[in-house]
Design a binder for this molecule. Sequence first.
Ligand code: SF4
Length: 67
Amino acid sequence: MRVRIDQAACAGHGQCAATAPDVYQLDDDGFVLPVTSVADSELAREHAVDGANACPENAITIIEESA
Ligand code: SF4
């Protein structure tokens, strides 16, 4: 799984980090930081998807990769 974030689309709502703080962190201005990796666990994967779905700007794309 990879997480692609459209930094230009991010409006700093912070919903991703509020929903899944283990995956998404915000910078000092409240904009999401790049996600370089997601822990290889079912829970972390669910959180990554939940956080993406919580974004009102659809700025987060989950890319599933086959192993
Ligand atoms: S929820 Fe979306 S708009 Fe808000 S900080 Fe996260 S990526 Fe950015």
